[in-house]
Design a protein around this ligand. Structure first.
Ligand SMILES: [Zn+2]
Length: 48
């Protein structure tokens, strides 16, 4: 199992690159297929 492979929630492409970190230290990614940005946060799956 690899935790370094992420997929875009918009287009499900794995063609994503790291795009720095956001204010709370979460890793931000950018999709090279659709250009969308998303944050991978496996420790906070539940949103209030
Ligand atoms: Zn995408």
């Amino acid at each position: 199992m690899s935790d370094s492979q992420f997929t875009c929630p918009e287009c499900q492409s794995d063609h994503v690159v790291k795009n720095g970190k956001i204010h709370n230290g979460k890793q931000n990614f950018k999709c090279r297929e659709c250009g969308g940005q998303f944050v991978q946060d496996p420790q906070n799956k539940i949103i209030d």
